[in-house]
Design a protein around this ligand. Structure first.
Ligand code: PLP
Length: 407
């Protein structure tokens, strides 16, 4: 398909509105993405016509929702090229997927003095659940550092690995710096020591093709809302061999086989990990969002976003006293920056009044900010529906910010 930006933007009505009388420039896509009309329509369609709880009903509407929910699972499976649809667990998002593995894999496989390696680039969601696990089990966290460009120092990994290393976990893409990590290389190295690898793909899947079979990762997690799907949806992909060995995460309806007061047996995958009524309408719309991404083509998305990144980096680098944090060779469409003497929050507030939505602060990556000894950054994150004209508006906005602070 041709990449027709005008047509694409028409699919996202929200983008054509004005805020404070100015055309909206939405550059907060790493926090959450906007939803195309087909996703919104799918939600409406199911609540208007078919809503009924899944898996338990024999009637028409329940069967319709169950079938659509399972179809969505299959769409996810194909999207990341998993072997089986039962390796796709629906969750509320990346955070829940990480907590699920930290709790369940942790219960089964982590014992006293074991070690988990995480990277210095992680979102708090991929730090704290492992810390909680390590506190519970008296295990230890080791940290793989990054250099000042924002690239992981892979050569250090071998020295961090020991006989006690039970898991390596890191993100595919850093949300605050945009670094694309060499996960395939890390997975290969980890597997040569028989260590499984968990990938936090919250910022990965929406920007590039992800093939879990090719990567050979043991787990891969991502959030629906960051890939044009509704909030409260997410995925945990896990290799069957791990999921089969892991105990249930939460107890409740659907995850059981037979319940008596003496003993309970559990459902098969993926339902063992999906206690209670799932967000089936959300999941169905999630499937629609992935079909929409497929219709544009992830390679077209990657190409357009690379153009935005290159254009944006060049453009805003022209601003005096502006420092970009995160200059990795492989980057997605995130530009994190600071202007000397201007607090990121103040810059964000002024940009907001100009209709430009950026995020300011530590972006839930305090260790990354500590590395650079800064309180936070201004982060502009682009999606495929953004344009170079919008980057020009950001540039003009930043000139105004500088002018205000200089006067
Ligand atoms: N990991 C990364 C790299 C993220 O960027 C985010 C959210 O920004 C998360 C995890 C957490 O995602 P969620 O809040 O959707 O669970």
């Amino acid at each position: 398909m041709d990449f027709d930006i005008k047509k694409i933007r028409n699919d996202f009505q929200i983008l054509s509105q004005q805020v404070y009388g100015k055309p909206l420039v939405y550059f907060d896509n790493a926090a959450t993405t906007q939803k195309p009309q087909c996703v919104i329509d799918k939600i409406t369609e199911f609540y208007q016509k078919y809503n009924a709880n899944v898996h338990r009903g024999v009637h028409f509407m329940s069967a319709k929702c169950t079938e659509a929910n399972e179809n969505a699972r299959n769409i996810v499976k194909n999207f990341i090229n998993a072997n089986h649809s039962h390796e796709i667990i629906f969750t509320h998002g990346t955070t829940e997927s990480i907590n699920l593995v930290a709790s369940s894999f942790g219960d089964r496989f982590i014992t006293k003095d074991d070690e988990i390696i995480i990277s210095e680039l992680e979102h708090h969601s991929n730090i704290v659940p492992w810390q909680l696990l390590c506190e519970r089990k008296q295990a230890k966290i080791k940290v793989l550092p990054f250099n000042d460009k924002g690239e992981l120092i892979i050569e250090n990994l071998e020295t961090l690995i020991s006989k006690k290393t039970k898991l390596i976990t890191l993100n595919h893409v850093s949300n605050s710096l945009g670094t694309i990590n060499p996960i395939k290389k890390i997975i290969e190295l980890a597997h040569s020591h028989n260590i499984p690898v968990f990938i936090d793909g919250a910022q990965g899947v929406q920007h590039q093709e992800v093939d879990v079979k090719e990567l050979d990762c043991d787990f891969y997690a991502f959030s629906g809302h960051k890939i044009f799907a509704p909030t409260g949806t997410g995925v945990l992909y896990g290799k069957e061999k791990w999921l089969e060995q892991m105990p249930p995460y939460q107890g409740g309806g659907d995850m059981i086989d037979i319940v008596t007061f003496e003993n309970t047996t559990y459902n098969e995958l993926p339902f063992k990990f999906e206690a209670g009524t799932p967000n089936y309408v959300g999941n169905i719309a999630f499937g629609k969002a992935l079909e929409y991404v497929n219709s544009i083509g992830i390679e077209n998305i990657a190409k357009h976003e690379k153009e935005l990144l290159d254009y944006g980096t060049k453009k805003i680098s022209q601003i005096e006293n502006l420092t970009i944090y995160g200059n990795a060779k492989n980057k997605t469409s995130v530009i994190s920056f600071l202007i000397n003497g201007i607090h990121p929050y103040d810059a964000g507030m002024i940009l907001d009044k100009l209709g430009i939505a950026v995020r300011t602060g530590h972006h839930c990556t305090q260790p990354v900010m500590d590395h650079f000894n800064i309180p936070g950054t201004v982060r502009a994150s682009f999606a495929f529906y953004n344009t170079t004209e919008e980057i020009d508006i950001l540039y003009e906005g930043l000139l105004k910010v500088v002018k205000m602070f200089n006067s």
